[in-house]
Write a protein that binds this ligand. Structure first.
Ligand SMILES: *Cc1c(COP(=O)(O)O)cnc(C)c1O
Length: 428
């Protein structure tokens, strides 16, 4: 038996899309197929997926090994309650994640999205301190950080128009200035000062702040921040939801700084981007703080689809691909291709801040007046869409974060369009 959903529909769509202002957004294309770096629409159009479908697709769409794993697992065991039960895919995946992350991260908690992986991390930190008998609850976070859209993760993330309506629900955090190149000492001094008040944890995106505008900072700063946290006994939560699985050039970004966090959050690339799944890894003593004959010390968190077998099978296939194919080589090659193409923009006055780390390249379109800035993102998105390119700028920040299988020729299409988009910065 085969399955294919319908592709034509009567009447207006009842579907409410994420981060979409429906009064302004154009009709979305109906995407019916994905192969490698390309998507195909119901009308037969082709779209180059230059942002890996919101940073999740690593090897390319519909990698045969991941597809096969999903098909086989779905026919065997689709879902089972994970409280009081386990299954082979979760057991194998948990062991492999512990084996492939730095020593010390000995326990894995599964959930189903990046937001929940960070939410779980915050709750693990809170439980660690509470069960240890110390009243530490304050969270430190980086300016411009993004950790998800649940109440807890919005609290830790940058405040702005995106969460203003929910501000009454958000808890207060201590925000450290972003470690801008040349001004890193300000961040480190602020962290040192904040640590004296005995906070529970520092949560950060290592090396690249994604949604905050693809802002990059140096590995030595991450190393220093980790050292300050360690000195004060403050837990370090590394949100590698976006940076994990090769994005920054190494399997995990923390490795570039030689940092082992106390808690590590993984999601987007965990299944190669094919299915929703997340893992929060933690140090043994964080697990141990919850290990007790006292039921009140239980880690009280769950979601219905925790460690879904099909998603775990997709993740195992992803790890097989990492182990058996030359993914590291592909990541390095894509990084080099990105560098060649972003380099000329460093001398182009219509852009500023051309930067790259691993497979991620970004630059900021210089915009004539600040008022114009508000509408530039959607305008740029439309410009790229008309050219068959899925590029979704963050305001005036244009970034390219394609699947690792993207060819030099495909990248040329993207960069030619970026060069052509330059004039949108000054056009009124
Ligand atoms: C995308 C993202 C999240 C949230 O992940 P979701 O799966 O969208 O909930 C959290 N942290 C970072 C760094 C992200 O990029």
């Amino acid at each position: 038996m085969t399955y294919a959903p319908p592709t034509t529909f009567a009447g207006p769509s009842p579907v409410w899309h994420p981060f979409t202002q429906h009064a302004l957004a154009p009709e979305p294309p109906v995407v019916v197929r994905g192969r490698g770096a390309w998507l195909q629409t119901a009308e037969g159009g082709r779209i180059l997926d230059a942002i890996s479908s919101w940073w999740v697709i690593t090897h390319g769409h519909c990698h045969p090994r991941i597809v096969a794993a999903i098909r086989d697992q779905a026919g065997e065991l689709d879902q089972v309650i994970f409280a009081g039960h386990t299954h082979p895919a979760a057991e194998a995946l948990g062991r492999r994640l512990v084996a492939m992350t730095p020593p010390g991260l000995d326990h894995v908690f599964f959930s189903d999205s990046g937001s929940t992986s960070v939410e779980v991390a915050l709750k693990m930190a809170a439980g660690f301190w509470r069960n240890g008998g110390t009243a530490r609850s304050r969270i430190l976070a980086l300016e411009h950080g993004y950790h998800g859209d649940t109440i807890g993760t919005m609290s830790a993330g940058e405040r702005g128009v995106y969460n203003a309506a929910y501000a009454p629900f958000l808890f207060d955090v201590t925000r450290l200035p972003f470690p801008e190149a040349g001004r890193e000492d300000t961040t480190l001094a602020a962290l040192e000062a904040a640590c004296r008040a005995a906070p529970a944890a520092l949560v950060l995106e290592p090396l690249v702040l994604g949604a905050g505008g693809m802002r990059m900072y140096a590995p030595w700063v991450l190393k220093e921040m980790a050292a300050i946290c360690a000195r004060h006994g403050v837990l370090l939560i590394a949100d590698e939801v976006m940076t994990g699985f090769g994005r920054t050039g190494t399997l995990f970004a923390c490795a570039q700084a030689g940092v082992v966090p106390d808690i590590l959050c993984l999601s987007k690339g965990l299944t190669g981007g094919a299915l929703p799944l997340a893992a929060t890894l933690c140090r043994r003593d964080i697990f141990d703080a919850h290990y007790s004959t006292d039921r009140a010390r239980t880690f009280f968190h769950s979601s219905s689809f925790t460690a879904n077998p099909v998603a775990c099978a997709a993740a195992l296939a992803n790890l097989d691909i990492w182990a058996e194919e030359d993914v590291a080589g592909r990541v390095a090659a894509l990084g080099a291709l990105q560098e060649e193409r972003i380099a000329p923009f460093r001398d182009d006055a219509r852009f500023s801040g051309a930067r790259r780390l691993g497979t991620i390249a970004a630059l900021d379109l210089v915009v004539a007046d600040a008022g114009y800035l508000a509408g530039i993102g959607p305008r740029l998105s439309a410009f790229f869409r008309e050219r068959g390119l899925l590029v979704r700028p963050l305001g005036n920040t244009i970034y390219v974060m394609p699947p690792y299988c993207t060819s030099a020729g495909d990248l040329d299409l993207v960069y030619a369009a970026i060069a052509a988009a330059a004039d949108l910065g000054t056009a009124a």
